[in-house]
Design a protein around this ligand. Structure first.
Ligand SMILES: Cc1cc2nc3c(=O)[nH]c(=O)nc-3n(C[C@H](O)[C@H](O)[C@H](O)COP(=O)(O)OP(=O)(O)OC[C@H]3O[C@@H](n4cnc5c(N)ncnc54)[C@H](O)[C@@H]3O)c2cc1C
Length: 299
């Protein structure tokens, strides 16, 4: 079986979910990975007690809102407070945390998704290829990206990603390992030749500073790197944007590598903000991978 993301892939550390991905090496030592690594690195830290003086200013008991005996996860706490501010729903008739699921179902059903834009979640993704990140960065609304620079980072840190289709096929796997060995060697060779031309006075790179020269060498040498080069990335998005990403990509029509990433992202979000993502049903697909469906699409 190729490495796959399933419900049992999720680990937790101090209550924070992550999906590990361990690098392997070819016989010649070229590193590669076979599945996405996914880790939530930041989530909301909601302090509603900071709203106390605002709530107390109405002199009508609004600050009782802060004494709700049922604690919510921080993302839900923030989004619910923001949503309830819209109607000043802080009084005794408000929806309490015990009914948070009904509150968010109503938000999702009515499409008033802007309150889901308050909680943001930042992920580190690794073990994903440049072709996946090319698809990932097409998501614009509510997203921020910081991706490894192939201009600054030396070829010594380059790793590759083996597609699931190759992992169980000895011939395709063998061809993959040979190809990435060749790629790594070609990259080094091109970089070495560019350095030596420059040092021989050819001035083909017009680099003066040492880091500038390294950057110019890397930016030229990277042209030989394939789509299966690993492209680690930090991605921050709000809950509404993550929902749209999951619906588009943890989907049978999506490409299999980004589908695994989206499904793993969903699993980590569900573990972190369960009510914001509890309408998704996990669906086993004929190829053994997983996707999700929901009746509340694109809130
Ligand atoms: C199965 C699949 C196949 C694909 N194939 C191709 C392909 O062949 N070629 C290709 O180029 N791309 C392809 N894509 C990428 C796709 O076209 C989108 O670029 C990508 O999925 C991001 O979706 P989005 O624009 O809805 O998301 P976001 O950019 O995150 O936007 C979210 C939502 O905000 C609104 N929005 C965002 N920006 C604007 C805007 N400028 N104006 C108005 N409304 C806006 C829209 O409602 C949008 O759905 C494919 C995607 C999938 C899932």
């Amino acid at each position: 079986m190729p490495a796959q993301i399933t419900q049992s892939s999720v680990w937790t550390q101090h209550g924070w979910p992550f999906i590990p991905s361990i690098p392997l090496k070819t016989g010649s030592g070229t590193p590669f990975l076979t599945a996405p690594g996914i880790a939530i690195v930041a989530k909301p830290d909601t302090r509603l007690e900071m709203a106390k003086s605002y709530l107390a200013g109405f002199n009508n008991g609004f600050e009782e809102y802060l004494k709700d005996p049922n604690a919510l996860p921080s993302g839900e706490r923030l989004a619910k407070f923001a949503g309830q501010l819209c109607y000043q729903s802080f009084g005794s008739k408000r929806t309490t945390n015990a009914d948070a699921k009904r509150y968010f179902d109503n938000i999702k059903e009515s499409g008033h998704g802007s309150v889901l834009e308050h909680p943001t979640f930042s992920f580190l993704f690794w073990g994903i290829s440049r072709s996946v990140t090319h698809e990932l960065v097409r998501h614009r609304a509510g997203f921020g990206f910081s991706q490894v620079s192939q201009r600054y980072v030396s070829g010594k840190l380059v790793r590759f990603v083996e597609r699931p289709e190759y992992q169980d096929d000895p011939e395709l796997h063998e061809q993959f390992t040979r190809r990435i060995d060749t790629m790594a060697a070609t990259y080094e060779e091109v970089a070495r030749m560019l350095f030596s031309r420059q040092r021989g006075g050819a001035e083909i790179l017009s680099g003066e500073e040492k880091t500038d020269l390294r950057k110019r060498v890397n930016q030229a040498a990277r042209s030989v790197l394939p789509n299966e080069t690993e492209a680690p990335i930090v991605v921050t998005a709000n809950a509404r944007a993550w929902r749209h990403f999951i619906e588009m990509r943890a989907n049978p029509h999506a490409e299999v590598e980004i589908r695994a990433l989206a499904f793993g992202t969903f699993l980590c979000l569900k573990a972190t903000a369960p009510i914001l993502f509890d309408d998704y049903e996990e669906v086993g697909l004929p190829d053994g991978t997983w996707g999700v469906t929901t009746k509340f699409r694109k809130v």
